[in-house]
Design a protein around this ligand. Structure first.
Ligand code: SF4
Length: 372
């Protein structure tokens, strides 16, 4: 089983915190669509004939595509790849685009999961992040999706926003949980270099929340989503609603990434397309996708992906797949984190504790092997 990711690189406006690749050039939509279909044709053998179990249309803003555009994309996917009849098919959407009419127009397509960038139900937060929707629109969009029959909905939320109080974050979580949104992805705000928010931070126009408040917000997140499984550092799901597409990244399954900046993985190699729409289109038109390729660092990738999940690292797998010396290495490196209460060694698994999740990048880095 494998997955397909399609990157739709168009946004109406750039949110202040975002460093994903996208452009505000809607007139290139048709050229992008033709190139994306052509890329699927050129790379149809990449997944080795595996059945496609998940399709994820991400971005950018996929809800900037019309139902007719999406129909063209899907007919190419189904023509070129064997798609499982029970495939999870997700469309990322901006609440501003999800009017009742637009949501209704999607119903004839194979999409069965909607992932919406709500980010917050608070007007001040949305304004600071530079989002184009407001909280009323977010609520309406969720309601319209539910009324149209979508029962597999995910929303993204951001916490640690300058000016956001603990009470404000709690209100967001209460609202999401109260609506029984099946899947919630919650991320701490980061200040990525090159974003406007990063410049504002540097110029002292905004202040990052302090570490104690961040930790309290994370505690609130984990404690208040009652009935949700915290299955990955940033992801929470009601029973049966874990994102199969996300999970396939962590389970080392193959995926083909279509569109500028999209990443692909087929066990032997990992590659990523050029992050420029014009270069992407030019490469595809010449019949030569512009991409970079590297051989994966299996051990490091396993550590990084497994440790992000609630299942953690399978210790016996380390020995079986990477050898006894790697097993000794990881157990040795883990000792100080176990002693500090950041890692737990439970039965056959090394799992991040709540304290460890908060500093997960440092723990993961310490368990990496540079020589692999
Ligand atoms: S956060 Fe989403 S909508 Fe905003 S600029 Fe980034 S990709 Fe576009």
């Amino acid at each position: 089983m494998s997955g397909i990711y399609i990157h739709v690189p168009f946004c109406v406006v750039r949110c202040l915190y975002c460093d994903f690749y996208s452009t505000a050039l809607p007139h290139l939509k048709d050229a992008w669509l033709r190139a994306a279909i052509r890329e699927m044709e050129l790379r149809r053998d990449y997944l080795g004939g595996d059945t496609v179990a998940t399709i994820y249309i991400g971005g950018g803003t996929p809800s900037q595509l019309s139902a007719a555009d999406l129909e063209r994309l899907f007919s190419a996917v189904y023509r070129l790849f064997p798609v499982d009849s029970d495939a999870e098919i997700t469309l990322e959407a901006n609440p501003d685009d999800m009017t009742a009419a637009y949501v209704g127009s999607l119903r004839s397509l194979p999409i069965n999961r909607i992932s919406m960038g709500v980010q917050s139900f608070d007007e001040a937060d949305l304004h600071l992040l530079g989002r184009r929707h407001n909280s009323r629109r977010a609520r309406q969009a969720i309601g319209d999706c539910i009324r149209s029959g979508y029962d597999n909905i995910s929303i993204d939320l951001i916490y640690g926003i300058p000016g956001q109080s603990l009470q404000g974050w709690e209100a967001n979580l209460k609202e999401a949980a109260g609506l029984r949104i099946p899947h919630i992805s919650a991320y701490h705000l980061t200040y990525e270099e090159g974003t406007r928010l990063h410049s504002m931070l540097e110029a002292g126009q905004v202040q990052a929340v302090d570490e104690d408040d961040s930790a309290d917000m994370f505690d609130l997140l984990v404690d208040s989503l009652d009935g949700y499984e915290h299955y990955e550092i940033s992801n929470f799901a009601l029973p049966g609603r874990i994102s199969r597409h996300n999970s396939s990244y962590w389970e080392e399954k193959k995926y083909l990434g279509i569109g500028p900046s999209a990443h692909s993985y087929n066990i032997e190699t990992r590659s990523w397309n050029v992050a420029s729409l014009s270069d992407y289109i030019e490469g595809i038109n010449r019949g030569k996708p512009i991409l970079e390729t590297e051989r994966p660092h299996y051990y490091n990738e396993y550590v990084m992906t497994a440790l992000r999940t609630s299942r953690g690292i399978e210790v016996s797998r380390i020995a079986a797949r990477f050898g006894e010396d790697t097993l000794s290495f990881i157990l040795r490196q883990s000792e100080s984190f176990i002693a500090a209460g950041m890692l737990e060694h439970k039965a056959d698994r090394l799992v991040l504790t709540r304290k460890g999740i908060f500093v997960s990048d440092a723990v993961i880095r310490a368990l990496f092997r540079e020589d692999f």
